[in-house]
Write a protein that binds this ligand. Structure first.
Ligand SMILES: Cc1cc2nc3c(=O)[nH]c(=O)nc-3n(C[C@H](O)[C@H](O)[C@H](O)COP(=O)(O)OP(=O)(O)OC[C@H]3O[C@@H](n4cnc5c(N)ncnc54)[C@H](O)[C@@H]3O)c2cc1C
Length: 317
């Protein structure tokens, strides 16, 4: 089901659809046109459905949410919605959007992470450009901010990991990457990243994939998640676990405890708005909880004059 249909169903109150929402949301959020349409159709009113899932139409709103969450003991990640740009110009625009987000985070005095999809920065376009774009974001993040590279469809895993490794070997240490438990290949990828000493965020995986590359059965994905989680707890650097699944969360807590890891040696990551009572309970036990906030910098390219003239001042942040 495409995202706008899914959102329509969710608004109509289908509990079954809501269950599958977080999976669809992760990659669906990137389809910013749909979300923007959805948000404007249903409004961003306080308490409204769109409001729960989208931190705000503008970076200013995301920063306000991040400030509130940080005051409540959460850690935050901000991203700029979008993926799979088709032109070098669009990729550069995404770079500027991230520079703006980082500038906003810095001015707000927040210690948020940034997460992004490399196809936003032109991963599937000119190889020289994509590396330059990534370096620009990492340079903007500097020593202060950590940049997490999301993992996308299986065909983009190799180019994503290769580009990640290039910047890592070039000396960047303010960057980590995501791995997906549903892919058959992930144990090997995890070993590669552990050998590098890189930080990994483990998730189940959000895209439609064939049985040739991914486990079709949910139970197999869960088994794989637990197996990979154990490797990460044993040998990973700053492990992060992105899941809303209480069984996976319990498995992480139990294994980390068995292995003598302190509660702040790893973290749980969840999407903004889902499910905040679970976040509260985990944080109350002393675990680090990071909330991912999408920041819809809507109308950036048209209303703000594009990237060539430098960061525009009309975006609210
Ligand atoms: C911070 C973050 C970053 C992510 N990054 C990536 C990425 O880079 N690449 C990628 O492919 N995917 C990413 N994902 C998506 C991820 O791969 C899963 O598709 C998504 O999180 C759903 O899996 P799950 O483990 O949360 O639970 P599921 O397997 O979907 O559900 C298992 C159980 O968890 C509980 N649950 C799940 N969702 C909810 C909810 N919304 N409200 C209440 N209970 C719920 C329910 O009890 C449910 O039965 C990310 C997810 C998060 C939260």
């Amino acid at each position: 089901m495409c995202l706008d249909r899914l959102l329509e169903h969710a608004v109509a109150g289908s509990e079954a659809t809501r269950d599958s929402l977080s999976r669809a949301l992760f990659h669906g959020l990137a389809g910013s046109t749909t979300l923007k349409t959805f948000a404007s159709r249903y409004g961003m009113r306080p308490g409204g459905f769109a409001r729960r899932f989208i931190a705000g139409e503008a970076l200013g709103d995301a920063l306000t949410s991040a400030t509130r969450l940080t005051a409540g003991g959460r850690h935050c990640t901000l991203n700029h919605l979008g993926e799979s740009v088709r032109s070098v110009e669009a990729a550069r625009e995404a770079v500027v959007a991230y520079e703006i987000i980082l500038q906003g985070v810095r001015e707000a005095g927040l210690s948020c992470q940034i997460s992004m999809k490399l196809t936003q920065l032109g991963l599937l376009l000119d190889p020289r450009n994509r590396e330059e774009n990534l370096r620009r974001v990492l340079d903007a993040a500097g020593d202060t901010y950590f940049v997490r590279i999301d993992m996308e469809q299986s065909f983009s895993v190799d180019p994503t990991l290769d580009l990640f490794e290039r910047v890592w070997r070039a000396g960047y240490r303010n960057v980590g990457v995501v791995l997906q438990a549903y892919l058959h290949r992930t144990a090997d990828d995890l070993k590669r990243l552990i050998d590098l000493g890189a930080g990994v965020r483990l998730c189940k995986g959000a895209y439609q994939e064939s049985a040739a590359v991914a486990y079709p059965a949910k139970s197999d994905v869960d088994t794989s998640f637990v197996r990979l989680m154990r490797t990460l707890v044993d040998s990973g650097t700053r492990p992060a676990f992105a899941t809303h699944d209480p069984r996976m969360i319990e498995a992480v807590k139990t294994y980390a405890h068995e292995r003598g890891l302190s509660a702040d040696a790893f973290e749980f990551e969840m999407l903004f708005g889902v499910p905040s009572d679970l976040q509260t309970a985990i944080a109350a036990e002393g675990y680090r909880v990071r909330v991912s906030l999408p920041s819809v910098t809507s109308g950036f390219s048209t209303s703000c004059g594009g990237w060539e003239s430098g960061p525009p001042t009309c975006c609210s942040y």
